[in-house]
Design a protein around this ligand. Structure first.
Ligand code: ASP
Length: 343
């Protein structure tokens, strides 16, 4: 039988509960808004500091993470003293500078260019692939043709310094690319990078979280110096060199791309974070997969992973010592952190 008193009591209670719920919902929103209002950008290697600074110009004005990562990686792409990314990158064994890049946004959209020649900013061509075509990847001549159609300028990317280094290499011309191991290349007294031509490979991978709480990433490289013409590494491969999942976080990699591709490294790192791993632990597990599968190979190569989760927590892990990464947020603009490593 209908009992008015009970009904009134019950509805008063449910109104009160609703008020509590509303409040806690409001609190949650407030909490998550304050989390979301803390933009951050991280990127591989100490040359990431200058790249982060340009990304920060976008993030600090409440700009989109996608714009931040594109503009951030323009810095090493345009820097001719950086011989592992963009303009001035070391060529393949035939003397051709072929660039790899990819970009991914908060909606899971992505674009990539593989073995692109003559264009200084492959990351921007990758973004055009993402935004203007129904495809994800364009390679070689097709990528160049598309870039020219989009108004990019055709340039010679082989600088005198890189040509000289290549000609030196030609004297012995060992077709097996030599892998650099950064700890041997660092000047121990003054631990900054030595001149560019001492590095056979390295990549800028960048992940940003913007004030709206959205993640995006970019990855760009000239790949392995003196590689076989047409060789593609991990850097332009979504899931290997870069992966973003706006629910969870993002990851990127640097080092010998073949091993990263074999383990779908960046996707793995993001999936491990989904399972509750911290960014550093996720990077470590991805490194351990490489080491467990090929312990002898792993001894002589470098691979490093870098990750950022949705809460703005970050971490990295590498096979060898010497991997560094740069962090920029509201507290610190030029932080360089030495990543932990297995060896
Ligand atoms: N991952 C790049 C590649 O394999 C090189 C590097 O980052 O060291 O092309």
């Amino acid at each position: 039988m209908f009992n008015r008193r009970k009904f009134l009591k019950a509805s008063a209670l449910s109104t009160a509960l609703l008020a509590v719920n509303k409040n806690s919902f409001a609190n949650d929103i407030q909490k998550s808004t304050s989390i979301k209002n803390q933009p951050i950008v991280i990127s591989t290697w100490d040359f990431g500091v200058a790249a982060n600074a340009d990304a920060w110009k976008v993030l600090s004005k409440n700009g989109r993470a996608l714009d931040a990562v594109e503009q951030g990686v323009w810095v090493p792409e345009a820097d001719e003293t950086n011989q592992t990314v963009g303009y001035g990158g070391l060529p393949d064994r035939d003397g051709r500078v072929t660039l790899d890049a990819c970009i991914m946004d908060e909606l899971g959209n992505c674009g990539a260019v593989l073995a692109l020649e003559h264009i200084k900013h492959p990351i921007s061509v990758a973004r055009k692939v993402m935004e203007k075509t129904p495809h994800v990847m364009l390679a070689g001549d097709g990528a160049l043709q598309f870039a020219l159609e989009q108004g990019f300028k055709k340039e010679n990317l082989l600088t005198p310094a890189s040509e000289k280094a290549w000609k030196e290499w030609l004297k012995e011309a060992k077709y097996n690319p030599v892998m650099n191991i950064e700890n041997k290349l660092y000047d121990k007294a003054a631990p900054q990078r030595l001149p560019g031509n001492q590095y056979n490979h390295d990549t800028i991978g960048m992940i940003a979280l913007d004030a709206q709480g959205n993640l995006s990433g970019a990855c760009t490289t000239s790949g392995m110096a003196y590689k076989l013409h047409g060789r593609i590494g991990d850097s332009p491969i979504i899931g290997a060199g870069l992966y973003i999942d706006n629910e969870i976080g993002g990851a990127t990699s640097t080092g010998v791309g073949e091993e990263v591709v074999r383990n779908v490294g960046s996707f793995l790192v993001v999936e491990l974070m989904r399972q509750g791993y911290s960014p550093e632990d996720a990077c470590k597990e991805a490194v351990m997969r490489i080491i467990r599968k090929k312990p002898e190979t792993a001894k002589n190569i470098q691979v490093g992973f870098l990750a950022l989760n949705k809460k703005g927590e970050y971490g990295a892990y590498a096979i060898q010592k010497g991997f560094s990464y740069a962090v920029c947020d509201t507290k610190k603009q030029d932080l360089v952190i030495k990543g932990k490593s297995y060896y």
